[in-house]
Every structure is written in structure tokens, then in C-alpha cells.
Design a protein around this ligand. Sequence first.
Ligand code: XBP
Ligand code: MG
Length: 258
Amino acid sequence: MSIKALIFDVDGTIADTEETHRQSFNAAFLEHGLRWEWSRDEYAELLRTSGGKERIAVYIESLELGLQETAQLKRMVPLIHDSKTRIYAELIADGRAPLRPGIARLIGEARAAGVRLGIASTTTAANISALIGAQFGAAAWSWFEALACGDLVANKKPEPDIYIRALGMLRLPAQGCVAFEDSVNGLRSAKAAGLYTVVTPTAWSEGQDFSSADLLLGSLGDADAPLAGGDAERAGGPYLALDRLQRLHAAALRPTAA
Ligand code: XBP
Ligand code: MG
């Protein structure tokens, strides 16, 4: 099998979590006495910045306040983000962000076939732990041999650093791995690290430029959420099975005729 590991992005890919993130940001602002409230449209724009702390900082800059007030607010960012992470983990624990179609199935197929698993995410380990725990159970944490996330790298997506870190943890070359992403930042990060990349956009990322994706699907599909039309054609059926992905990945590795 040419695929040695599957490396999953988290937010938007494993589960559609950004609405819960948005609510958590707004609750944290309130907790810190800030009269900020990010609407869905505003948040969709702010999502172009990877990283919650970086996103808050970009928002503060957009307020165009005086130098002193801007600096004072920026000093609050780590505390605001800690509150936001606590609130998010509490919200996610109640199972409100279900796994996207095909995630549990494909992870099960990979485990049965001895294909290793990794995570490459911008969010924090605490957030990932809350989601994995809520959706798979705490024991699932051990399924993922590589957990590359949050501030482990200075340069977040779309830079390739987080995927390079995950590959290093797995001690695998990019050519032996497949990345799963939902956003253009994530796609660019995975492609820059040299990985075959499957993109399953969400409403938050629809319309972004996914032209460099190796495979673009509405979701990975499942028996109870079958793919149709072009998605089913590209996936080779009502859902993307590991053996089909294996054939697509192997074909992509073959040198194209000159
Ligand atoms: C998506 C992100 C994260 C989340 C918020 O991460 O960019 O910043 O929006 O989580 P992924 P934090 O790479 O998993 O798609 O506030 O913890 O950053
Ligand atoms: Mg994502």
C-alpha cells in the first residue's frame, strides 16, 4: 500500500466546529468585559487568519484604536484565548459537533489496514482532546501517533510547518501520507509540505480556491450520507473507501508521461 498514514486537520474536517468556536470567542469577550460580538459573516472573514490568538489580534488591529489602547488590548489576547478554549471545551464535551460523514468509517478502515493516523491542526491540544473524547471516547486519543497542533509551530497554516512537524513525528516522507483538509489555508499548508490532499469544504470555506486539491468532495461520504453526481464519480462510489483512495494516491505518485 503506498499510503502509510492519514493526517487529519481538525476544525472543519473531522467535525464542523467553527460555529462552536465562534460562540466561544463571543462568550470569552463577554467574560472579559469586551463589547465585541463576531457575527457569522464577520467570523467567516476572520477565519482567513489561522489561529484563535492571531485572529483576535487581527480583529483588534481592524478596530483602528490608538496605539496605547491597541497595545493594551493585545496584551489581553492570551487571557481571552485561554477563556475561549475553556468555554469551547465545555461546549464540545456535550457532543454538539458531530463527526463529518465518513470520518469514523475511514479511520476504522485505516486502523484495520494498519495505516497510521496523525493530526495536523491549528487549534489547541485541549480543543482536539475535547472533540476526540466527545466523539470517539478517550481511548481514541492513542489512535493518533502524531499530534501536531496549536503553538507547536510558530508559522501556522497556510505555512507547511505543522504538516512537516506531523511527518517528523510519524517519521514518514510526505509521499507516503494523505492529508484531509477543509480550508484553503489548510490545503496550501498540506500541499506546501508535499502531501496528496483531500479537501471536504464546509459552509465556512465554500468558494475558496481548492484548485490545487488532489481530490475535492462535499464530504468523505457514508452509507447514510451517500455521495452523488461528480462527488460519487471522483470517489468511485457513494463514499470514499480506503482502497479507492489508495488507488488514487498510487496513481498520483506515478510519474506522468513526458
Ligand atoms: C482552524 C483554526 C483554529 C480554530 C480556532 O484549525 O484556524 O484557529 O478556528 O481554534 P484547523 P483556536 O487547522 O484545525 O482547521 O482558537 O484554538 O486557534
Ligand atoms: Mg480546518
